[in-house]
Design a protein around this ligand. Structure first.
Ligand code: RTP
Ligand code: MG
Length: 142
């Protein structure tokens, strides 16, 4: 297995519901190492740029409204096959379809928009998304 990095976001509903610690605990327990972290209240422009691949889709405006509704926690996680490992821990996009014990099942809301966490979906996405939030010098080695 290769060591990878992935970009994680703890979304507004999980922050507002005081689940930051519980989510990070699970990620660390699963062997993913936090190598960068920042809380940020996304601007409209930041959220639109981050989710540019979804611009024009029917759910885009609702997604952007949600992502800018409260602060998020952005993190770079490192570990064996971190991109796929993280998405397995996160669970299916819709919390209603996510397996029990996944982050989205346990911390997601009652709608697909409010699904608690984001994770990069490929090495290319991870590179773009990590650079979107963090300078190389902010990603640590330990
Ligand atoms: P994410 O990018 O946030 O990690 O989620 P994902 O890969 O599992 O899902 P994606 O297709 O990239 O969708 C991005 C976010 O948009 C919201 N969404 N709403 N049909 C809908 O109303 C719908 N589909 C997607 C979710 O918040 C999803 O995480
Ligand atoms: Mg996605």
């Amino acid at each position: 297995m290769a060591i990878e990095r992935t970009l994680s976001i703890i979304k507004p509903n999980a922050v507002v519901e005081h689940n930051i610690g519980a989510i990070i605990h699970r990620l660390e327990q699963a062997g993913l190492k936090v190598v960068a972290m920042r809380m940020v209240k996304l601007t409209l422009e930041q959220a639109q740029g981050f989710y540019a691949e979804h611009d024009g889709k029917p759910f885009f405006e609702k997604l952007i409204n949600f992502m800018t509704s409260a602060p998020v926690v952005t993190m770079v996680l490192e570990g064996d096959s971190a991109i796929t490992a993280y998405r397995e821990i996160a669970g299916a996009t819709d919390p209603a379809e996510a397996l029990c014990g996944t982050l989205r099942s346990d911390f997601g809301g009652d709608n697909v928009t409010f699904n608690a966490v984001h994770g990069s979906d490929s090495p290319e996405s991870a590179s773009r998304e990590i650079a979107y939030f963090f300078a190389d010098s902010e990603v640590n080695t330990y």
